[in-house]
Write a protein of this length. Structure first.
Length: 310
């Protein structure tokens, strides 16, 4: 029997999708690729393969899961299997440099960014970089390695104190700091390459912005003033912006089937896009309030893909 195969390295993030597949009556198999074997002399099973490998896998002890996934996807694609978020999408997940250079082709504004390998190169690039700026990892996720600096000297001291965590791929980014007057960012979700909804995310307490329930930081509120809790994630009703069409063109051209794309708007109203997540998650509380359910739509898209094989 043909199935949907879910390729990933995080059981917590994948659990909501597996539950949605069960509800939709979709036969599936869970492929956790922390470690494994790729039988190149054998033919892969028939079915639809959905890659959910994460750039932050190394932060969970799965250092080589993306490399194993690349080998598996190469095997599947060579055999002509239907792969969603295949090798090319995986490379976007693992490299912000690749994301940015591709997005520019579709007239999507990116914050000023410089890539550097080596601490001395990073400091050299920072000497003339406009302040304030942030550092971040090229291969990351969940805000790994993001720090804000108001001066070159602040970065230099931070490094001298041994506080800078280098990116797992060695590539560090210097990026223009975009200040949002509302202290929020917007995350646009796409299923089957089409816009699903947008989420407003409160960034007042930092840059770890994973919307999955397993990453929940908790609502923010003052327990003494009687106010309602301020949700960290809130689905925006009837969100519309010209950038959505550009995002859809980018996703189609780059072979990215499922994604969450994050942007920020400054005080002048200029929108900057700074991250593409091909391993996207959804916040259950925000979805319940809005009556919109991302994993249900993903499961239905996978069901449709599987039925098309038959």
């Amino acid at each position: 029997m043909k199935k949907v195969y879910i390729i990933h390295e995080n059981d917590d993030w994948t659990k909501p999708l597996l539950e949605a597949l069960k509800e939709e009556g979709v036969p599936f198999e869970d492929w956790h690729l922390h470690e494994g074997i790729v039988p190149l002399d054998e033919s892969p099973p028939e079915g639809v393969f959905y890659n959910r490998m994460s750039a932050s896998s190394h932060s969970r002890g799965h250092r080589y899961a993306p490399e194993l996934t690349h080998a598996v996807l190469t095997w599947l694609e060579a055999a002509g299997r239907r792969v969603l978020n295949g090798r090319h999408a995986l490379q976007h997940e693992l490299s912000k440099v690749m994301q940015y250079e591709a997005l520019k082709k579709y007239d999507v504004a990116i914050p000023k960014t410089t890539a550097a390998v080596g601490i001395s190169s990073l400091l050299k690039a920072a000497k003339d970089f406009p302040t304030p700026f942030i550092t971040k990892h090229n291969r990351a996720g969940k805000g790994l390695g993001v720090h804000k600096f108001d001066s070159y000297q602040a970065l230099e001291t931070f490094i001298e104190d041994g506080k800078l965590e280098e990116s797992v791929d060695g590539v560090m980014l210097l990026q223009q700091y975009i200040s949002s007057p509302t202290q929020t960012i917007t995350r646009c979700e796409f299923v089957a390459g089409k816009f699903l909804y947008a989420v407003r995310v409160d960034t007042s307490e930092g840059f770890e912005l994973c919307p999955a329930e397993a990453c929940a930081i908790g609502d923010q509120f003052c327990p003494t003033d009687g106010t309602e809790p301020k949700p960290k994630f809130e689905i925006i009703k009837d969100y519309s912006h010209p950038v959505i069409e550009k995002y859809e063109k980018y996703l189609q051209a780059e072979g990215i089937y499922f994604a969450g794309i994050e942007n920020i708007t400054d005080a002048s109203g200029h929108l900057y896009t700074y991250d593409v997540n091909t391993n996207t998650n959804y916040n259950p509380e925000a979805e319940k309030k809005a009556n919109k359910f991302g994993m249900r739509e993903v499961a239905r898209a996978l069901k449709k893909e599987l039925e098309s094989l038959k």
